[in-house]
Each structure stands twice: as C-alpha cells, then as structure tokens.
Write a protein that binds this ligand. Sequence first.
Ligand SMILES: Nc1nc2c(ncn2[C@@H]2O[C@H](COP(=O)(O)OP(=O)(O)OP(=O)(O)O)[C@@H](O)[C@H]2O)c(=O)[nH]1
Ligand SMILES: [Mg+2]
Length: 289
Amino acid sequence: MGFFDKLKKINIFASFGSELTDDFYDELEESLILADTGMDTTLELVEELRRRVRAQGIKTLEQARSCMVEVIADALNAGEPGLDLSTTPSVILFIGVNGVGKTTTIGKIGAQLRREGKKVLFCAADTFRAAAAEQLTIWSDRAGVDIVKQHEGADPAAVVYDAMSAAKARKTDVVLVDTAGRLHNKQNLMNELNKISRVIDREGPGCARETLLVLDATTGQNGLIQAKQFKEAAGITGIVLTKLDGTAKGGIAIAIAKELGVPVKYAGVGEGVDDLKPFDAREFAQALI
Ligand SMILES: Nc1nc2c(ncn2[C@@H]2O[C@H](COP(=O)(O)OP(=O)(O)OP(=O)(O)O)[C@@H](O)[C@H]2O)c(=O)[nH]1
Ligand SMILES: [Mg+2]
C-alpha cells in the first residue's frame, strides 16, 4: 500500500472517454476545485496542462494524465522540502489553530528523529491547559525523548527559555516546541508567538530554525486563509498537512505551494506514531490523479 492510498482520487481520467475535449478540461477543473485546490490555482493548473498538451502534441487521455501529474508535482515544488537541522541544537516550532494535530505531529517527528539516532527534546510551550503538557509527556515516553515543561498557565516563553538552556547543556540535536492552538486573527496570541521566537533567537543565536504550520486537510480552502495569515504574522518555513486519511482531498497543498510559495514538508495520515511521512510531491500528485 502506498502512503497516499487513502487519498480521495480525481477519477475523471478513469471515467472519461479517450478524447481531450473541452468537456474534459471543464470536468478536470471541476474535480480540482472539489478537491480543495481553489479557483485561481485550478485555472492556472489546467491552463498549464493545455499549454503542455499543445507543446508536446499529446493526444491520448493516458498521456494527459501523466502530464497532469507533472504539472501538479511542479506546482508543489516550492522551496526546500526537507528540514534544516544543521546546527546543534536546531529548533522546530509548531504552530497552528486548535486541534489540527500539532502535538501529535511532534510525537511522530520526535520518534522518527530519535530512530535516526538524534538527541531530541520536547518543549511543552502550550501552557494554556494542563492536559496539553500531559499529552506531550505521553508522546515523549512513546518516542523515548526528554521533555521540558512547567505548570499550567506558565509563560510559554519561559518554558522555551528552559528548553533552550537544557538543550545547550545536554547537547541536544533538535528541540521540538509545542504551542497552544491559536486563531490566526488574535493579536495577543500572535504576539506570544513572536515572544517565543525572540527567546529562541536570543538563547540560540545562529540556530537552524524551522517554523512549521500544521494544517488540518479536512478544513479545505480555509487552510489557505490560515496559511496566509500565519505566514504574515509569524513567518513559516513549511506546512504539515494532517488528516489526509478520512475525507480530505489535499488539493489545498497545491494551492499553498503555488500561491504562497511555502512547501508542504510532512503529511499525516492517521493517529499512530508511524502515520507521518516527508511529503513527496510526485507521489502525492500520482495518488491524486
Ligand atoms: N485521522 C487523523 N487524525 C489525526 C492526525 N493528526 C492528528 N490527529 C488527531 O487529531 C486530534 C488533535 O490532535 P492534537 O495533536 O491534539 O492537535 P493540536 O493541534 O495539538 O491541538 P491543540 O493543542 O488543542 O491546539 C487528535 O485526536 C489526533 O489523534 C492525522 O494525520 N490523521
Ligand atoms: Mg496540542
């Protein structure tokens, strides 16, 4: 089974006749929009397909299908797909709205990095509710990594300060920072993120840093709005697209890469520790089409 087998496919290539008619392009557009790709991105993708079909003299539906996979894979190529973990410590900050899968993703990535032999530290900077640190503690046990936490209601930036100090003292390779779910339009929450960011800069000058926005794929086009606003307010280096199992169609990944120039770096397809994988643009495009 491929990783994206649970992804809902755009199946017009299977159901359509063999001719590349205008109807075909219309139906393709409709399918892409239904798959959360968004109007603007969809029109650009289909226009690009028409251009390549003309340029390459493509006649059959099967050739058009391969060509569409290329068009989508190219659109998904937006910047560095991997994580920059070039310094010791490196820091990955996880941000996003409520319930998208931040804490779960930290658990999964922590377990993977641990398996690669890296020394990992979780930082429970979601101090908003007690259960958050408990949840991250369960994941730290499961992944076999250390955790730094404080009491409920503590200043998140203070927890990050503790984690950075511990990371330097223990020669930690990667610090994964969990944050409270926040709305992208709440200024005080965004200010809190900036404060966390300043502490990381001050305590780890020159550290390799990633800021990953975690997005729930089932929220569809709303994900693009979230990504735009988090990009402006906090700066993001990549997206983790979760919940691609279930009903999600994932076209939002294309829209974000194309419109915002931010790459999707990981995909989540379940609640288990192994249900996360580096995002492979071609594999995703093939699964979708
Ligand atoms: N099906 C599925 N469920 C997921 C995935 N990732 C996370 N979840 C589930 O989504 C729910 C929320 O996950 P959390 O990791 O707690 O999300 P969060 O962003 O930390 O939430 P807050 O801290 O409340 O903002 C949990 O039930 C997870 O098991 C995924 O890829 N697929
Ligand atoms: Mg959480």
